[in-house]
Design a protein around this ligand. Structure first.
Ligand SMILES: C[S@@+](CC[C@H](N)C(=O)[O-])C[C@H]1O[C@@H](n2cnc3c(N)ncnc32)[C@H](O)[C@@H]1O
Length: 205
């Protein structure tokens, strides 16, 4: 039964729809133990849902936005989960400033189209620098796929993002994948998700 929002917590309507499909995609692919670094945790609802469902993992939510960090902290306080760590400020575009502790997996939900390309490049570089061999970087969101016709809803979403900020917009999957080798990562899987989203998995070489 989902928790009611505690004071100070934000709610994202899409999370109620996508959190279980994301959990189903991640559960068999995450390690059996260790630390999962969540980048761009936003409101913090995914962090609570995923940490509650995966108690064998330590969940470390991060975001650069102070309001997001406050919301994550509020959800965390209400959830009382022993495996959900306090949120940290982290900018994906600046991986040299990330915590230096190694992590066992990296999860990034709905960020790379709502941030400049430097955030995607930094995400790939930072993940490659911290994951152990075989460790996974999991991206969730809408992509432009060269071999798949883009859904009209995603084309409209792309246009609306670019109107809000010309540096934003749906990313081409092949452009993201092209970053991988220089980051010590290899493309592993592309999973079709509801509402024309994907989970894309890269593994540390
Ligand atoms: C659309 S929200 C997604 C939040 C959450 N993952 C979800 O799916 O509900 C985008 C998030 O990306 C974060 N973000 C934007 N630029 C970022 C960057 N350079 N590094 C890390 N996070 C960033 C924002 O602060 C925001 O929380």
């Amino acid at each position: 039964m989902p928790l009611p929002p505690p004071p100070g917590a934000r709610v994202s309507p899409s999370t109620a729809r996508n959190r279980d499909p994301i959990l189903q995609a991640l559960r068999p692919r995450l390690p059996e133990r260790g630390v999962v670094l969540e980048i761009a945790a936003g409101a913090g609802e995914h962090a609570v849902h995923l940490a509650a469902a995966l108690p064998h993992l330590q969940w470390l939510p991060t975001d650069p936005d102070p309001e997001a960090l406050a919301s994550i902290a509020a959800w965390r306080g209400a959830a009382g989960l022993a495996n959900l760590r306090a949120p940290l400020r982290l900018d994906a575009a600046d991986p040299d400033a990330w915590p230096t502790d190694p992590v066992d997996a990296v999860v990034n939900i709905n960020m790379i189209h709502i941030s400049p390309w430097a955030a995607t490049a930094g995400l790939m570089r930072g993940a490659g620098a911290r994951l152990p061999p075989g460790g996974g970087l999991f991206l969730y969101g809408p992509f432009i796929q060269p071999d798949v016709e883009t859904a009209p809803s995603n084309l409209a979403f792309d246009a609306s993002l670019r109107r809000r900020d010309p540096a934003w917009g749906l990313r081409r999957l092949d452009a993201v994948t092209a970053l991988a080798p220089a980051c010590g990562l290899a493309f592993s899987e592309r999973l079709a998700m509801p509402a024309n989203n994907l989970v894309v998995v890269f593994r540390r070489i």
